[in-house]
Design a protein around this ligand. Structure first.
Ligand code: AMP
Length: 396
């Protein structure tokens, strides 16, 4: 019977999924989709690879369904859609693997308990990842599940890149830099290797610029440093997250403004970034279409911080051979890419304006010593690949 793998990326308000057929070791995407509006008005949509709607289910506003309630119809749909095929495993995106998990891991009770211990390190993401694991475990008890970690790609960063300059005792309890978006960076460097193996072994910076945004500096295809650190707050300005911030400002908010820890968390994760600075939206498209000077200021700050961090990582790498733009803003905003490339001209970057406007995959000129790429990322494909490999390792 042909085999299939389901990937899940579970957050607080949505669960993204992808379904792959795996005939004879190959892998073919058959459907992508999402359960959205969890806690408000849930919807379940599944699309074929050509965009045809395969399933579109809506629940009434105010319907409170948990992960298990919502994954049940997804599993039922998967089973009916697969027909003769056999769902052999579910691969999960797990945001935090801590210091111990640095490769895809088959989930059992011991692993699940260890993942739960990491919740304090990623309180806004890890509980939802775990809820999906538990829901699948309860709905299909025998179905193998594999954890694929966002932190794993950065596990071998040089020790100096993992340190925070705090008293050592805090590092011992896990307060160190981990890095995130690892599944995306792993995918992007693999695509660069297909295009140009030599470049993939060189000095590369990838920019994952979505609602969450970070940079990763790579050498020989491995992470050397990255802008997100202990949490997903560090580094670049994001949709609603602040990026790098003077810790003194947080002390001020608590001491002078009387904000409690939960208030500070809300401000830093949900009310800052493009949304906080513009006062209009977290969405780059809306800001780019706006005449409001605060929208322009927010975009300017986004680009400024991006350029500043690329400069810092280029120093860490000792130069730059390739820059990759990816995720929503990186793939689609020619304006942001042009502004970033223009300010990085000192690094040797020369952007081909026509290629950039067309969103070509290569947007640097033939004279540019730094090659600049635009790539779609695919974290689901990476999860499916890891899950298939973890299953075959276990069965061999
Ligand atoms: P992601 O998290 O990867 O889905 O990326 C979301 C971000 O990408 C949002 O800020 C969107 O506004 C931005 N984005 C998507 N499409 C475009 C576009 N055509 N131009 C500018 N930004 C875009």
């Amino acid at each position: 019977m042909p085999e299939a793998i389901l990937t899940l990326n579970a957050g607080s308000s949505s669960i993204k999924f992808a379904l792959y057929e795996c005939p004879a070791g190959a892998r073919r995407l058959v459907s992508r989709g999402a359960i959205e509006g969890i806690g408000a008005a849930p919807t379940f949509t599944a699309l074929a690879t050509d965009g045809t709607v395969l399933e579109d289910k809506h629940w009434a506003t105010g319907t409170h369904l948990d992960h298990e309630d919502l994954l049940e119809p997804l599993l039922t749909w998967v089973t009916s859609h697969l027909g003769e095929e056999n769902l052999v495993a579910v691969g999960h995106r797990i945001v935090h693997g801590g210091s111990d998990f640095h490769s895809p891991t088959r989930i059992d009770d011991t692993v699940l308990a260890a993942l739960e211990k990491l919740v304090p390190l990623a309180p806004l993401h890890q509980p939802h990842n775990i809820a999906a694991v538990k829901a699948i475990g309860s709905l299909r008890p025998g179905l193998p599940q594999v954890a694929c970690f966002d932190t794993a790609f950065h596990h071998d960063m040089p020790a100096v890149a993992t340190r925070l300059a705090l008293p050592r005792i805090y590092a011992e309890e896990g307060v160190r830099r981990y890095g995130f978006h690892g599944l995306s960076y792993e995918y992007l460097i693999a695509r660069l290797r297909e295009l140009s193996p030599g470049l993939a072994d060189g000095r590369v910076i990838a920019a994952h610029l979505g609602n969450g945004a970070s940079l990763c500096a790579m050498r020989n295809g491995r992470s050397i440093d990255t802008t997100m650190g202990f949490s997903t707050l560090d580094g670049l300005v994001m949709g609603t997250r602040c990026g790098s911030i003077d810790p003194g400002a947080l002390l001020y908010l608590q001491q002078a403004d009387g904000l409690r820890a939960a208030d500070v968390e809300r401000v830093l994760y949900h009310e800052s970034g493009l949304l906080g600075v513009s006062g209009i939206s977290h969405d780059m498209r809306i800001l780019q279409a706006s005449e409001d000077p605060h929208a322009r200021e927010a975009i300017e700050l986004f680009v400024y911080r991006l350029v500043k961090h690329v400069g810092a990582l280029a120093s860490v790498l000792g130069g730059l051979d390739a820059l990759i733009f990816s995720a929503g803003i990186g793939e689609h905003s020619a304006g942001v890419r042009a502004a970033v490339c223009e300010r990085l001209a000192w690094l040797g970057i020369e952007c081909d304006t026509a290629a950039n406007t067309r969103h070509d995959s290569l947007i640097s000129t033939s004279r540019s010593p730094v090659r600049v790429f635009v790539m779609a990322t695919d974290e689901e494909a990476m999860i499916a690949e890891h899950t298939a490999r973890a299953m075959s390792t276990l069965s061999s």
